[in-house]
Design a protein around this ligand. Structure first.
Ligand SMILES: [Zn+2]
Length: 337
C-alpha cells in the first residue's frame, strides 16, 4: 500500500480505534498470501450490540467507505472493484460468523483489490474500490435484489443479517452502497464531461472449488450484450499460453442492477467484467503478474476509438416486460460475481 493511501484510509483508522475491523488472515486458505492491510490489523472483540442500536460516534469517525485511485479521464478507462475488502465496521461485530468465514470468498474477492490497484497503476487509469465487506451489503447488486444483504452465503448462515429489516437495509445502503455508487457516477460524469467516455473494467475473483467441483478456468470474462470490449479481450486471452478462460463463465454477465448494468450498460459504455481464480492472485506476486497480463491486453483495446463511443445495446438483464433476469441465479447469494 502506498503511503498516501495508508494516510488517507486504513491504517490511520485501524490504529486509532476498533471502529472498523479489518479482518486478519490467520486461516488464509492460500498461506503464501500477503496483504499488509490485513496483516497489520488489530483484532477487536466482537460486539453483541443489536443492529438497531446507534453506533458510537460512527458518523464522525468512520473512514469513507470508498477508496479512490486518482487518474486522468483521458486514460480512457475506469477500473472498479466491488468486492475489494473483507472489512466490517465494528458496530456490526463479527456478524455472528467465525473468523474463518472472513477469509473466504463470501466476505470479499481475494486478490481483486491488489489486481485493481496494480492495473490502475499500469494503465495510468483511475480506480474505485470498496472498503467494506459484501457481507455488510453487496454493491454489485440491484437495490431490489434479494441478496443485497445476504442472509445465507455458500452454506454459511450470516446471523448478523438474519433479522435485517427494510430500515436497516436502507441504512446500509446510505452508508456504504450509495457512496460507492456516487463515486462511480461522479467519475463517469467527469470523464464524459471532459469528452473522454471510458471503457469500464470491473475486477472480481472466484473461488477455485464450488460445491466440491474444481472449476477449470483460470479466468473468465463476463459481459451482457455489448461485446465491443469483451470479445477482443477474450481473443487476446486465447493467445496466452496454458490458460483456460471462461466466456461468461463462471457466471453469466447479465445480472439486473449489478454495477455494470447500472453504470456501463445504462450509459452505453463499453465494458468487461474480469474474473480471476482466487488462488492465482492471493499473493502480491500473483496479483502483479495478472495485472501486468491484463494491462498488456487491455492497453491496445482501450485505445480503440470504437470502444470510446457510447452506444446502446439491448440488455439481456431484463425480459420483454422489463422484469429482471439473473437475480435468481446462483441462489443463495454470495456466489455470483
Ligand atoms: Zn466479486
Amino acid at each position: 500500500m502506498p503511503p498516501a493511501q495508508a494516510r488517507r484510509g486504513w491504517l490511520s483508522v485501524t490504529l486509532s480505534g476498533p471502529l472498523w475491523q479489518v479482518k486478519p488472515r490467520p486461516s488464509n486458505p492460500y498461506p503464501a498470501a500477503k496483504n499488509p492491510m490485513h496483516a497489520t490489523a488489530a483484532r477487536s472483540r466482537p460486539q453483541d450490540r443489536p443492529l438497531d442500536e446507534a453506533p458510537p460516534q460512527a458518523a464522525t469517525r468512520d473512514p469513507h467507505p470508498v477508496e479512490i485511485v486518482e487518474g486522468p479521464p483521458a486514460s480512457g478507462a475506469l477500473i472498479l472493484c466491488d468486492h475489494a475488502s473483507n472489512a466490517v465496521p465494528a458496530e456490526f461485530g463479527d456478524l455472528g460468523l467465525p473468523e474463518v468465514e472472513f477469509q473466504r470468498h463470501i466476505a470479499y474477492d481475494i486478490g481483486a483489490a491488489a489486481v485493481t490497484r496494480a492495473l490502475a497503476h499500469c494503465l495510468g487509469a483511475p480506480a474505485i474500490l470498496t472498503r467494506f465487506s459484501r457481507l455488510v451489503i453487496d454493491p454489485n447488486r440491484g437495490r431490489d435484489d434479494p441478496t443485497l444483504v445476504m442472509r445465507l452465503s455458500d452454506g454459511a448462515v450470516v446471523p448478523g443479517n438474519a433479522r435485517v429489516d427494510e430500515a436497516e437495509i436502507a441504512r446500509r445502503v446510505a452508508r456504504f452502497y450509495e457512496p460507492y455508487d456516487a463515486a462511480i457516477t461522479q467519475a463517469l460524469d467527469r470523464a464524459l464531461g471532459a469528452g473522454h467516455p471510458p471503457v469500464i473494467v470491473t475486477v472480481h475473483s472466484f473461488t477455485p472449488i464450488w460445491r466440491g467441483w474444481p472449476r477449470p478456468w483460470h479466468a473468465g470474462i463476463l459481459w451482457d450484450a455489448d461485446d465491443r470490449f469483451a470479445r477482443p479481450l477474450l481473443e487476446g486471452l486465447a493467445g496466452e499460453p496454458g490458460l483456460v478462460v471462461g466466456d461468461n463463465e463462471p457466471y453469466d454477465g447479465a445480472l439486473a442492477g449489478d454495477t455494470v448494468d447500472r453504470h456501463a450498460t445504462a450509459r452505453g459504455l463499453a465494458n468487461a467484467l474480469i474474473e480471476i481464480r482466487q488462488d492465482l492472485i492471493a499473493t502480491e506476486e500473483g496479483a502483479a503478474e495478472w495485472a501486468e497480463r491484463f494491462a498488456r491486453l487491455l492497453q491496445p483495446l482501450i485505445a480503440r476509438a470504437e470502444l470510446r463511443v457510447p452506444r446502446s445495446y439491448p440488455t439481456r438483464t431484463r425480459d420483454r416486460l422489463g422484469r429482471p433476469r439473473g437475480q435468481e441465479r446462483g441462489r443463495p447469494g454470495g456466489t455470483n460475481p
